[in-house]
Design a protein around this ligand. Structure first.
Ligand code: ZN
Length: 276
């Protein structure tokens, strides 16, 4: 494939992800920005002032890591520095996505990081999503505030602003954002029902081992160490303890984990490869 064809593919992919984030309500109007790194000093990025749901490939801009325009007629997003910081810190990362998904953004406004061990999938795939202190969008303060989180996480909440995810390709960065928003939404719904209960630390430790076997990296939630601690972090303390014995809970977590892994095709769960 020629460089030109590869560039055209990347531009089409960015437009497609733009349509998805807009259709899913992750952004309003012209919000959000997307970038893909295609070379040592080349990044395709979305323009400012254009709805991500209505982009065409000719609107995208190629910049170098300094943010200087190499190709394209529009002005790149004002959040370009935030994207470049991720690429600077993580040479393995090839795509960065910034949007304002409503539930995740509500957590960012409430000042609550997504660091609860509430679902096996969240522990295994998402890890913890920290909260980066507020900074005025487009200023050099934004990259400074996220810098410390890039090495050990898959994304970050931007206080009073939105969310940022990254991945080894655009699809991974997008799925990470979907998972992040899904986690925020479910945690919020659970909180309205009977409070938010985290998994016990020993179950989390088992999930962390699976995560390591899958070659996934980054910080994970800790879980809780005893029944009396089961409502920790972002909880109102009203919930009753889980209505399961430890043995039952272990089997439930084991079954869910096995199902997740079987779906991912990473490990053949039927062989009981150390799960549950
Ligand atoms: Zn934003």
């Amino acid at each position: 494939m020629s460089n030109h064809e590869a560039d055209e593919d990347v531009k089409r992919d960015i437009c497609e992800i733009g349509r998805r984030v807009y259709a899913k309500g992750f952004v309003a109007a012209n919000d959000g920005n997307i970038s893909v790194r295609t070379g040592e000093d080349e990044v395709w990025i979305t323009p400012t002032g254009v709805s991500k749901g209505e982009m065409t490939p000719d609107m995208l801009i190629k910049v170098n890591l300094e943010g200087e325009v190499l190709q394209g007629r529009l002005k790149p997003t004002s959040e370009i520095k935030m994207h470049m910081k991720v690429y600077e810190k993580r040479p393995d990362i090839r795509a960065v996505l910034h949007v304002h998904p409503p539930y995740a953004t509500a957590f960012a406004i409430a000042g609550i990081p997504l660091n609860m061990a509430t679902m096996p999938e969240t522990v295994v795939h998402l890890g913890t999503i920290p909260l980066a202190e507020y900074a005025t969008p487009s200023t050099v303060e934004v990259p400074k505030k996220i810098e410390g989180f890039v090495a050990d996480h898959n994304g970050v909440l931007l206080e009073n602003h939105g969310a940022l995810t990254w991945g080894r390709d655009l699809r991974s960065a997008y799925y990470m954002m979907e998972s992040l928003e899904f986690c925020a939404k479910i945690n919020w719904i659970a909180k309205q029902m009977n409070g938010l209960r985290e998994l016990p630390a020993r179950q989390v430790a088992e999930l962390v081992r699976i995560r390591e076997r899958m070659g996934l990296r980054g910080e994970t939630p800790a879980g809780v160490r005893s029944d009396s601690e089961r409502n920790t972090g972002w909880t109102d303390g009203r919930a009753e303890p889980l209505p399961f014995t430890d043995g039952q809970l272990e089997r439930i977590v084991g079954r869910i984990t096995a199902a997740v892994l079987a779906e991912l095709g990473q490990i053949d769960a039927r062989k009981g490869d150390g799960i549950a």
